[in-house]
Design a protein. Structure first.
Length: 574
């Protein structure tokens, strides 16, 4: 047997591999062709969200094999398993989107149960779609076994009429087509070329935003988030992720040693600086809660407000993930922020080194305009802004990256579900200057807190992206642009002010001051609340019903359990 692991007394896998009582368990491993030595080595879970649902996931199985080789070559026994994803690009714009955020919890729960049930000692996790990245990272924090996360990589940009395009362009083309500004043939050509390879959406949408987070927060190897999915270099990063997790087993450097309050501040800084997805305002609080750290939407928004926006990435900017990779990837963005004094350089990472040590040999390239320095930003404050006021006492988020006007006042036009709003937009049944309100789409009310990309993209495609505002207690896609405010809380389903609005109420939004308010007195809001009655959804059984019973507020990350602060034991210590 390997002399490097002659004592497993502190590893969870001792329960299924050591001593006479484990003979039945070992018989199962022999059945799978494992040797006595392999059974006695640390058992390392290698989880992916591989499936044939979308290009985001299709390359993950290949990368998992490389991660397994990294584990195997360094005296570990990799045990591969998979979990689900719901792919937002396909779930978008219909009832399927109610499953998206729910899938984050199912992913985290299923990884937890697999590791608990089989007593794995460590974890390498590979993910591609929007919710699978935070879901896998949440499970790592929850279990607290030595872990390395790796992004599956972005899609290559499509080419349409000589320009780089992404799936966002297709969603916006639907609005242009409906408005008579795009022909059937052009729409068909665009849909055929927009997504030319495996990988996740190429702009700074939720997947790439959370991929940047994985490096910034210290759970992923430096540079691993950058290479597009088809690139062979991804296999090398996967191999080294497997190697590094074996090092972490020896040193017992665990996720919660890495995921400190300062690490979450670094993650929020990178989101803001890259003009990232508003969904980070949901996922960072959820990941923090798994560690027992209080880091809510307002904490995220405070960092957004003081961080310069320096990465010129779609949807607000000009470039895609492949372009950032070509100049050096996420480490270049982090180097600019560290040099500017916006990152905590002393945070430890999975390399065993600090952020500052990881970036010590990185040189910021001056012959490019994808990423600016902090001294010459695209704008002095972050690409995402937090709002608060009598319409959103628990807060709201707006992505301002690329927006010219950051104030808007207009009368409310209320819709109680996304379908009604999309129908009105499709028929151009709205007026310039209105604030479209989509409510009862929050975590409980949806249930599931849907994204509204179909509606916002249709508005943009019709040329109305800056002529109306849109607010919702649901979410927006990372690909959304225009004056769109999401995460409004408390949500309508629990009697929040957004559920008390009537058509014509005057709403004022100021992304510079960070306010969102309705021109109603406290007395009027209280009177309307007294008349308000809760609604029942159409989901009275099944997973989505179960989610609605336990999910908390968006302000705290829409978590479905009490989190680390309520723990009396941690799995890794069994």
């Amino acid at each position: 047997m390997s002399d490097k692991w002659n004592n497993k007394e502190n590893l969870p896998s001792r329960h299924v591999s050591v001593g006479a009582k484990s003979a039945p368990h070992r018989s199962y491993y022999y059945a799978m062709g494992m040797s006595e030595e392999e059974i006695y080595q640390p058992l390392v879970g290698v989880v992916t969200t591989w499936n044939e649902a979308a290009p985001c996931n299709i390359a993950l199985a290949r990368q998992a094999q490389a991660a397994k080789r990294g584990v195997k070559d360094h005296d570990g026994s990799p045990r591969e398993f998979t979990t689900i994803t719901v792919t937002d690009g396909i779930a978008m714009g219909h009832a399927g989107m109610k499953a998206s955020l729910v899938s984050r919890e199912v992913i985290a729960d299923s990884v937890e149960l697999t590791v608990r049930g089989h007593c794995y000692d460590a974890l390498v996790g590979l993910a591609g779609c929007d919710k699978s990245l935070p879901g896998v990272m949440m499970s790592m924090a929850r279990l607290n076994v030595p872990s390395v996360f790796m992004y599956g990589g972005s899609i290559l940009p499509g080419q349409f009429k000589g320009k780089d395009v992404t799936v966002q362009d297709v969603f916006e083309a639907v609005g242009a087509h409906a408005a008579g500004n795009m022909s059937d043939d052009d729409l068909h050509e665009l849909e055929c070329v927009a997504c030319p390879s495996a990988g996740s959406c190429g702009g700074q949408f939720t997947a790439n935003t959370m991929a940047c987070v994985s490096e910034a927060i210290g759970l992923a190897l430096p540079g691993s988030a950058g290479a597009p999915a088809p690139y062979e270099s991804r296999d090398e990063y996967a191999y080294h992720s497997g190697r590094v997790v074996m090092e972490l087993l020896k040193t017992q450097l665990r996720p919660r040693d890495i995921l400190t309050r300062k690490a979450f501040e670094n993650a929020a800084t990178v989101v803001a600086a890259s003009g990232g997805s508003t969904n980070a305002g949901l996922h960072l609080p959820a990941l923090a809660a798994e560690c027992g750290i209080e880091f809510d939407l307002h904490d995220v928004a405070e960092i957004f407000r003081r961080t310069p926006y320096i990465a010129d990435l779609k949807p607000g900017g000009r470039y895609v993930a492949k372009d950032m990779y070509a100049i050096g990837g996420v480490p270049i963005l982090m180097k600019a922020l560290l040099d500017g004094g916006f990152l905590h350089g002393d945070c430890i990472t999975v390399t065993g080194k600090t952020i500052a040590e990881n970036l010590a040999d990185v040189t910021f390239p001056t012959d490019q305009d994808v990423i600016r320095t902090c001294e010459a930003p695209l704008s002095p404050t972050g690409g995402v802004v937090g709002l608060r006021g009598n319409l959103a006492p628990e807060g709201a988020l707006v992505k301002v990256a690329g927006m010219k006007e950051q104030q808007f006042t207009g009368p409310a036009r209320c819709f109680d579900c996304e379908e009604d709003a999309f129908k009105a937009v499709e028929q151009r049944n709205y007026k310039e200057g209105e604030v479209l309100v989509i409510r009862y789409e929050g975590p409980k009310g949806g249930p599931g807190m849907r994204e509204m990309l179909a509606t916002t993209a249709a508005l943009y495609g019709q040329g109305a992206g800056d002529k109306v505002a849109l607010i919702t207690d649901g979410r927006f896609s990372g690909a959304t642009r225009g004056f769109c405010i999401g995460h409004v809380g408390p949500e309508a389903a629990v009697g929040g002010p957004i559920g008390l609005l009537k058509d014509g109420d005057m709403i004022s939004i100021d992304a510079v001051a960070g306010t969102i308010s309705v021109d109603l007195s406290d007395e009027e809001l209280a009177a309307r609340k007294a008349d308000w009655k809760p609604r029942e959804t159409e989901y009275q059984s099944g997973t989505i019903w179960k989610y609605a019973q336990t999910v908390g507020s968006a302000e705290k990350g829409a978590l479905t359990h009490p989190g680390g602060k309520a723990e009396t034991h941690i799995y890794a210590d069994i």
